[in-house]
Design a protein around this ligand. Structure first.
Ligand SMILES: *Cc1c(COP(=O)(O)O)cnc(C)c1O
Length: 569
């Protein structure tokens, strides 16, 4: 069926859960995501479609995408608009809703995109769009640039997402059981709900609040993703008021969202009956950050069929039928023949080697291990850790050679992140004769799958406790690729030393400064010797990653928990 034929009427009969996210990775050729948060949102909807859960998602259309990355000869990142045409993938919504911002009327239209599962399940996604001829020129681009612009632009986007989203759902006739905020960007939706369910003025006695807080709280679910105070959106009340007018009365809003600035996380926390962090450690960190709130832990997962390479998918189909829908069946991966596991890996690895040669001209040797590292390039991910001691690194590679493939975008305003990309390119030039290395530009879902499946070891080096969860190591597990990672986020739950992969350092914050030494020790004394000298032992770890980690850290398990604990309260 062509997307233009999708009809909203097919979706409004059943009451649904509304899932709000600033970014959603719907498909590789739809650039409406920047990284892990968007991929998680996409995997959430793909799992919900598998299970035929009654959900509807709301996001922005982001016509100019996040950005397309190019790297110049000096290793500097260049950013290009990554425009896409919604009409090629989605059908236009038959409704527009009005918002008043900066005293102007802003009309919000949108698009219906449908996430389809192999099982036949579908999830409608509303992509809000202000690029309408009736709008003032300056308002037409509010929904263009994902995480672009200044603070005022960001507030307008968040008003469109939260308030516009609630209005659009109502205009289209959706009946909703709950509103799930994926991160705080959509928290203005709580204000829209407070206004909608306000008691009529003539029912109130003087001094009574018109707002039905318990009713709104009962409707809302909030997933926080940020483990540090500075990561949360906080806006000056005056700026928000200049854009969006009188929110509620100032006293009520300050009680809900913070005394000095409007903290979007605080607002979501105050008005959500169910709140969760995205890994057990992250929930603990969040409880310390926001004392007094019951923060549950629902550890993230990734979507089985999306993140399993062709060759492993075929192997699982043969040996473990039903694994896509019920990934816990992968706990039986130890039944698969060692030779078949290795052969599937060799094929994934060859695909990556071909891609690296095509894209960069660098030639990797299939008989040497490939280390993979790819994620958003930002300081806390510490992509430079492998290069902390160049002499030690050379010595390790001298004894047992390895190769390195890297990728990742830095946010256009993240100067430090961009400098890290430049530094990686300097190391690549300096070490070209010792360690074959390639940096693949424009990290996206397709590249991510090729890299997590084709590497021999997946590397992750975040600064504790900044990695709320992390998900790329889970994708690697679906392809039998073990992780070598700092103990933070999901890896605290997923690492069984020498069985599913290996830990860098321990789980204390004090270990942060010693991680590079630990990384070198593990590589030199444990990981590389096992790869070179004990193939059966290596394949046992590959099977451990599949049977213990892919079987658990999947979005099907995650969605069953959201469904039973958050949505069916
Ligand atoms: C999975 C994924 C991420 C997130 O990876 P982390 O290891 O959690 O940082 C980011 N970008 C893309 C394109 C991905 O596929």
């Amino acid at each position: 069926m062509s997307p233009q034929n999708d009809k909203i009427d097919d979706f409004v009969h059943v009451p649904r859960v509304a899932y709000f996210s600033m970014e959603i990775a719907l498909a590789n050729d739809i650039p409406t995501y920047s990284g892990g948060l968007g991929v998680l949102a996409g995997d959430t909807l793909r799992a919900a479609a598998d299970m035929a859960l009654p959900m509807v998602a709301v996001s922005l259309v982001s016509r100019a995408g996040y950005f397309r990355q190019e790297i110049d000869a000096d290793g500097r990142q260049l950013e290009h608009e990554d425009t896409w045409d919604p009409s090629a993938h989605a059908s236009q919504l038959g409704a527009v809703v009005a918002l008043d911002m900066e005293g102007r009327r802003v009309w919000v239209g949108g698009w219906l995109y449908v996430v389809r599962a192999r099982s036949g399940g579908t999830i409608p996604v509303l992509l809000l769009d202000t690029d309408l001829p009736v709008n003032q020129p300056e308002d037409r681009n509010i929904t263009h640039y994902l995480y672009g612009g200044d603070e005022a632009y960001r507030i307008k986007q968040e008003v469109v997402l939260g308030v516009g989203g609630v209005a659009m759902l109502q205009a289209l006739g959706f009946k909703l059981n709950s509103y799930h905020m994926n991160e705080g960007h959509s928290a203005f939706l709580t204000l829209a709900l407070l206004r909608r369910f306000a008691y009529p003025a003539n029912d109130l006695r003087p001094g009574d609040s018109p707002y039905d807080l318990p009713r709104v709280r009962d409707l809302c679910v909030f997933t926080t993703h940020t483990p540090v105070e500075a990561g949360h959106d906080r806006f000056a009340y005056d700026l928000v008021q200049r854009i969006y007018g009188d929110l509620l009365d100032r006293a009520t809003i300050k009680l809900l969202a913070g005394p000095d600035r409007l903290n979007m996380t605080q607002l979501a926390l105050s008005l959500s009956e169910y709140v969760n962090g995205v890994a057990k450690r992250h929930a603990e960190t969040s409880r310390r950050l926001f004392p007094g709130y019951a923060v549950h832990a629902v550890t993230n997962g990734v979507h089985s069929s999306t993140w399993t390479h062709l060759h492993f998918g075929a192997l699982y189909d043969l040996n473990i039928p039903g694994w896509c829908h019920e990934p816990e069946l992968l706990s039986r991966a130890d039944r698969i023949d060692d030779a078949d596991i290795w052969e599937a890996h060799v094929q994934c690895k060859q695909d990556l080697i071909d891609r690296v040669r095509q894209l960069t001209g660098v030639v990797f040797d299939p008989d040497k291990p490939i280390l993979g590292f790819a994620r958003r390039m930002t300081a806390y991910k510490r992509p430079e850790m492998l290069f902390a001691d160049i002499e030690r690194l050379k010595a390790i590679a001298g004894k047992r050679p390895f190769q390195l493939v890297m990728a990742g975008k830095a946010h256009p305003k993240d100067t430090e992140g961009k400098q890290l990309i430049e530094a990686l390119h300097r190391h690549m030039r300096e070490l070209a004769d010792v360690i074959p290395m390639a940096f693949l530009t424009n990290y996206d879902m397709e590249l991510a799958l090729a890299m997590v499946a084709g590497s021999d070891v997946w590397l992750n080096t975040p600064l504790r406790p900044y990695e709320a969860s992390g998900t790329s190591g889970m994708k690697a597990a679906f392809n039998g690729v073990p992780q070598l990672s700092v103990l933070d986020g999901w890896w605290l739950e997923g690492c069984t030393e020498g069985v599913t992969g290996w830990a860098i350092g321990d789980d204390s914050a004090a270990a942060n400064g010693r991680d590079a030494v630990s990384l070198y020790d593990k590589l030199e004394q444990v990981v590389l010797p096992l790869w070179y000298d004990n193939r059966a032992g290596w394949i046992a770890v590959m099977k451990g990653a599949i049977s213990k980690n892919a079987a658990y850290f999947n979005s099907q398990r995650m969605m069953r928990r959201y469904a039973t604990e958050a949505y069916l309260r």
